[in-house]
Write a protein that binds this ligand. Structure first.
Ligand code: ADP
Ligand code: MG
Length: 703
């Protein structure tokens, strides 16, 4: 029988318990000081930690170790090293010292750096991040010790997603502590940003997926006529989980639990074959690592269950795409959630001060949030009927809006932190009502005791968006702190804070919107308000380069100015390459699959037509002839489409990156869409026997 979840919990993590068990007390304490107090770790300590970690990892079945890091691709990278070495006498021994733990040199010169380094000086280093615990990923034939790491170039320039995240975390901690002290919280030692990422995904039959080059190479379908029945009946959403999928989920759950990650919820999402996992939230840096582990484990376990995992933001046209909702808040060393309204007036002013800082930040630098969620897949998802639009606004809900709208008059005696809903059913207990009515159309929403950023795409690393949120929030909080401090001695903190809140409310009115963000009116309203609106990935990425936005990131020390440029280029290159690959795959599928199918159809119609032509029907066969004619037209149209793609490729071949991105957006995307329309029309006409690829109906009904 399988072990209970609580028995396996954390067994594959070198967590606090494992460290206490295996490290001498003094060493354990020194390590903790390094982790929480930011003290530099002394080499002798690292040496002892390394030995303990190695022994623990080997006891968990590991034969190799790797510095596990997050390059700027949204994926993770690893290069394995064996523990096993042969000494000068030819004897085997397991070696792993402090130096191996602290740093390694994977080279990794082919990872994108956006020109941060050229290949001749390509050395890249990974350095241990002791704030996220090491873990063992075990497979059938042994395991690997993964050491969460940052990735930097030889001159110390960050080349990864984790370093900026860590910088933003430290920045926001400093200013939050400053604010808490202003409000008289003397005992608070630290604050931490917390994060919980709801992960949406599709699971489809592996064999069907492998018969489609688009799913193979692009992770999404670039052609495919809709099924006769889509998601309109909403019979999948929250329905009973199909047994095969449940088996997959149970295995994921088990593995995650061993890796110290609790998946709190699992359910069917809106689209057929779409599902969601939500983990228990934790400190943001760890939560980012955990989300990466989850994505990777899901991918591997899916294939063992005969599924293909699709994390693409829009794998199928006309049904919902997949997002990753980032829930975030802050907690302090006393375990308090700092975004939770309370019954104490003073605590509520502190709470509103923290919220105001976020509003100020978004109102001024919302463009950075838009840029942080720009990837090729999200371009197809955002603004659809299921996902927030590409305009960054905040929904606060009735309670907070009410308070902010009347803040001129002061604060109500009691914040209605929770209201009871009486269900009118005597046998059922009263239900606690959420503090918000949960407007699902807003990209950023206050949800009672945390915020939720709903725009990130399912495949993205949460590190990018979190870094931007924390940076602009830190900036907003610094404004709040300054405003309050500037009144010190003159008035009470609470009054000074209330004034600062009033000011922030006024200044951030541009991004507050309580209505339906899917509506046309909001788009018009948003452009009247002058909010940054970017429709395409390249336009959105360009928001990184707006001088004000760059100034914020370099001013806070999150990214140097040069790094921002490189980060931008890396993301833009990813966009361009994705579109180019999609065009290549499209051409290949048309030439080798769609066109031959149309030809066969034309051939079979024509020979049938010849056999009976004019023989028995008065008035001829105009509709049939029209059908054959349409097939011929489609074939011509597709050939022309291929020509257009080829000439587009030739045209952009030698242009610079930005120009290529621009042309691909303006010309490439419409060509792809036009060609897709023709393929889908052909799919509806061509015989099932001739059509070369599994259809939507075969894929989406496969679970
Ligand atoms: P819903 O779908 O209603 O938004 P879910 O239960 O699916 O809610 O997901 C909520 C997510 O928010 C979970 O991952 C949860 O751990 C996370 N969360 C809850 N409280 C906090 C908090 N204080 N800080 C960060 N994340 C939180
Ligand atoms: Mg949700």
């Amino acid at each position: 029988m399988k072990k209970k979840p609580s028995e396996v919990f954390g067994i594959n993590v070198f967590n606090d318990r494992a460290m206490r068990e295996r490290l001498p007390k003094q060493i354990y304490q020194k390590l903790q000081e390094a982790v929480s107090g930011g003290e530099k770790l002394d080499f002798n300590v690292a040496e002892i930690v390394a030995t303990a970690m190695k022994e623990w990892a080997i006891s968990r079945g590991a034969s190799h170790y790797t510095h596990w890091f997050h390059p700027r691709t949204d994926l993770t990278a690893e290069k394995h090293n064996a523990f096993l070495t042969v000494d000068e006498f030819g004897l085997p021994l397991d070696s792993f010292g402090g130096g191996d733990l602290i740093q390694s040199e994977p080279d990794a010169s082919s990872l994108p750096s956006g020109g941060m380094r050229s290949t001749f000086e390509a050395r890249g280093y990974t350095a241990w991040d002791p704030t996220s615990p090491a873990f063992v990923v075990s497979g059938e034939h042994g395991g690997t010790l993964c050491i969460p790491s940052v990735f930097i170039s030889n001159d110390g320039t960050p080349l990864d997603m984790k370093t900026p995240l860590l910088k933003s975390l430290s920045r926001i901690e400093t200013v939050t502590l400053r604010i808490l002290k202003l409000f008289g919280n003397r005992n608070v030692r630290w604050t931490r940003a917390t994060m919980g990422a709801e992960q949406e995904f599709f699971l489809v039959d592996e064999r069907k997926a492998s018969e489609r080059p688009d799913l193979q190479y692009c992770g999404r379908t670039i052609m495919g006529a809709p099924t006769p029945k889509g998601q309109q009946m909403e019979d999948h959403y929250f329905g009973s989980i199909p047994p095969k999928v449940l088996a997959f989920m149970q295995e994921v759950d088990h593995h995650m639990s061993a890796l110290g990650i609790v998946l709190k919820t699992r359910h069917n999402e809106v689209a057929p074959c779409q599902f969601e996992f939500a983990p228990q939230f934790t400190e943001a840096n760890l939560a980012v690592d955990q989300n990466q582990i989850l994505m990777e484990q899901m991918r591997q376990i899916a294939s063992r269950h005969g599924f293909r995992l699709l994390l693409h933001e829009k794998p199928f046209a006309l049904i919902n795409g997949s997002g990753k909702h980032l829930n975030f808040s802050m907690m302090d060393s006393e375990g308090r959630n700092l975004l939770k309204p309370s019954s104490s007036q003073r605590k509520n002013i502190q709470f509103l001060t923290l919220v105001s800082g976020l509003l100020l930040g978004i109102s001024r630098y919302g463009g950075l949030l838009r840029a942080s969620i720009a990837n090729p897949g999200n371009m197809q998802r955002l603004g659809g009927n299921e996902a927030p639009p590409a305009i960054m606004s905040v929904f606060l809900g009735d309670v907070l809006t009410g308070i902010f709208d009347r803040i001129e008059e002061g604060l109500p005696e009691n914040l209605p932190s929770k209201a009871f809903i009486n269900l009118g059913l005597n046998r059922l207990p009263d239900v606690l009502m959420d503090n918000t009515d949960r407007n699902r159309t807003a990209p950023i929403a206050f949800t009672g005791n945390k915020f939720e950023f709903r725009a990130p795409g399912a495949s993205q690393s949460p590190a990018g968006p979190m870094t931007m949120i924390l940076s602009l929030w830190a900036w907003g909080l610094e404004q709040m702190a300054q405003m309050i401090e500037s009144r010190a001695g003159e008035t009470d903190v609470a009054d000074a804070a209330l004034d600062a809140i009033r000011n922030a409310v006024l200044q951030s009115s541009n991004i507050r919107f309580e209505g339906n963000c899917y509506s046309q009116e909001w788009h018009e309203e948003a452009s009247r308000r002058g909010l940054p609106i970017a429709h395409s990935t390249n336009e959105a990425l360009a928001l990184f380069l707006v001088p004000e936005n760059r100034g914020l990131l370099s001013g806070l020390g999150i990214f140097s100015d040069r790094e921002i440029q490189c980060y931008y280029e890396t993301r833009l290159e990813q966009y361009v390459k994705t579109l180019e690959i999609e065009m290549n795959v499209m051409e290949d599928m048309i030439r080798t699959g769609v066109l031959p199918a149309i030809t066969r159809q034309i051939g079979s119609e024509a020979s049938a037509f010849e056999k009976i032509a004019g023989s028995f029907r008065k008035g001829g066969t105009p509709l049939w002839e029209k059908q054959i004619d349409e097939l011929v037209t489609l074939k011509e149209g597709l050939l022309e489409g291929i020509n257009r793609m080829t000439s587009l490729r030739d045209r952009i071949g030698r242009l610079d990156l930005e120009k290529r991105a621009e042309i691909l957006t303006e010309k490439g995307v419409p060509v792809l869409e036009g060609v897709r329309g023709m393929c889908d029309a052909a799919e509806r006409t061509v015989s099932r026997d001739f059509w070369p690829y599994p259809r939507y109906s075969e894929i989406l009904l496969s679970n």
